[in-house]
Design a protein around this ligand. Sequence first.
Ligand SMILES: [Zn+2]
Length: 244
Amino acid sequence: MVGRDWAICLRTTDYSETSQVVTLFTRETGKFGALAKGARRAKSAFDGPIEIFSCGQIQFYPKFSGGLATLTEFLQEPRFVRLRRHLYAMDCALFAAELLDSLTQPYDPHPSLYGVFSTFLDDVQETTDTKKSLALLIVFQLSLLAEVGSRPILNQCVNCRKPYKQSRRGAFFSSQANGLVCPDCEPAFVGRIRMAPDVAACFADLQQLTHAEEATLRDMEQILIGHFTEMLHRRPKMASHFQK
Ligand SMILES: [Zn+2]
């Protein structure tokens, strides 16, 4: 049966002279791969070639049993075209798309994540400031984890449940325990990473991101990259663009 949905393109590969294989994240159907036959022709049912962050209404024949769906129509809207104006904003968007693709399963619907992702793309394309872009990326990454059921606990110790209190002793992040570990509990956690007091404070209360130093945001991003690397058992490709 033909499906209709709203979609954002997460990835494209040329399939032949004229066709493309695309990964789409849709509002109601979740993520899936699809063959867009003839998409690279000047005239097609897809409003021209499909690019990463192409967005609009689609018609498709799903393939729930695996393999590629067939895309029959893509009414593209120029919603995220301004991403291309700023390299750093584009890098943030590409990183978000890669993580979204890696952490979701085909045909697993996440309508609220679709909203979170499109709002993130809207916001980041309007941001020329590196610090603000990075803060948006951090908030998106934490929302993504929450949406896929892996929200890290960051406002209290995962072990003893003591609420995080700012102190010179700082705190630790444990990927294995999925959250913050206080200085009293840290020796029991292998692979823990020390967080500076300002980093831990921002994680515990995201409101503080607005006033955080860029160095603090960069440290937070390193912790998140480490966490995604543990979760995926590989380093995300876009991580190299966010190294210190
Ligand atoms: Zn503790």
